[in-house]
Ligand binder design. Structure first.
Ligand SMILES: Nc1ncnc2c1ncn2[C@@H]1O[C@H](COP(=O)(O)OP(=O)(O)O)[C@@H](O)[C@H]1O
Ligand SMILES: [Mg+2]
Length: 263
């Protein structure tokens, strides 16, 4: 006999992922020849030089690379926080390349969950109220309350609903931020150095949570990190160097490179 439930759970997870990645499903993220040039005094900084990639539905991709390589800039473009100088970006079937701020804001609210290194919770609100916040423009108050409570339960914080951020540990604050990001049931979760402010054990627990939520909710995940061990948790790693992809390696190859002392 197998361990109780273990094998069935694994099989269900694989079936779900296989379905998510069926070739008929369009990619959740499509980036084509994207450049980003930022003004700097009298000159310009070329941050991204023609980056192209896709992320399949249900896939977990890590974008890694040294500090200053353009990771956060690229994530900001996928998240609709910034617009590219040239190229094309499609998220969840919507071409967001030329959207105006109002439409981008709606897209972020409805289709993209964003998690930051510093959690960015509203300090005066309880955990429950922080998670409800994205729903104020949507469902009615009572439904918002129920959905936020359900998400807090999913991230293991059912008993911390009435705590404010300063009454929570870093790991707990990041769980609240993840619940807030997913409460609108977005197709895409993006995270910029989500474990950067956490100790190794707590960071690993947050990555476990990402994996579980991907399997349970079918959400597509893009994580930016400079940490090879965090990147190794993804299905696929894209390595950014000076605004270009160096390789589209699997976790093993990048792990070997980092063990060998390379950046
Ligand atoms: N608002 C900005 N104005 C000018 N240069 C910027 C701006 N934001 C980022 N940069 C530059 O773009 C490059 C990439 O930055 P970033 O995307 O934050 O890198 P990473 O997240 O990989 O550390 C850096 O050289 C940085 O100095
Ligand atoms: Mg960064």
């Amino acid at each position: 006999m197998q361990q109780p439930g273990g094998n069935a759970r694994y099989t269900a997870s694989v079936v779900r992922r296989t379905l998510h990645r069926s070739p008929v499903a369009p990619p959740v993220v499509l980036v084509r020849e994207v450049t980003r040039t930022l003004p700097l005094g009298d000159t310009e900084v070329h941050v991204l030089h023609g980056v192209s990639f896709e992320v399949a539905s249900g896939e977990w991709v890590a974008i890694t690379g040294p500090s200053g390589s353009g990771k956060s800039t690229l994530l900001g473009l996928i998240a609709g926080l910034d617009v590219p100088t040239r190229g094309r970006i499609v998220v969840d079937g919507r071409d967001i390349t030329h959207l105006h701020e109002r439409d981008l804001a709606r897209l972020r609210n409805e289709h993209i969950g964003i998690v930051f290194q510093t959690f960015n919770l509203i300090p005066t609100l309880t955990a429950q109220e922080n998670v409800e916040a994205p729903l104020y423009v949507g469902p009615k108050r009572r439904e918002a309350r129920a959905r936020a409570a359900e998400m807090l339960e999913r991230v293991g914080l059912a008993d911390r609903r009435d705590h404010r951020p300063h009454q929570l540990s870093g790991g707990q604050q990041q769980r609240v931020a993840i619940a807030r990001a997913l409460v609108t049931e977005p197709a895409l979760l993006v995270a910029d150095e989500p474990t950067g402010n956490l100790d190794t054990t707590t960071g690993a627990q947050i990555l476990d949570l990402f994996g579980r939520l991907r399997d349970e909710l079918g959400v597509t995940i893009v994580v930016v990190t400079h940490d090879p061990q965090v990147a190794a948790r993804a299905d696929r790693i894209l390595h950014l160097v000076d605004g270009r992809f160096a390789s589209d390696a699997d976790a093993y190859a990048v792990q070997v490179a980092s063990d060998g002392g390379a950046a």
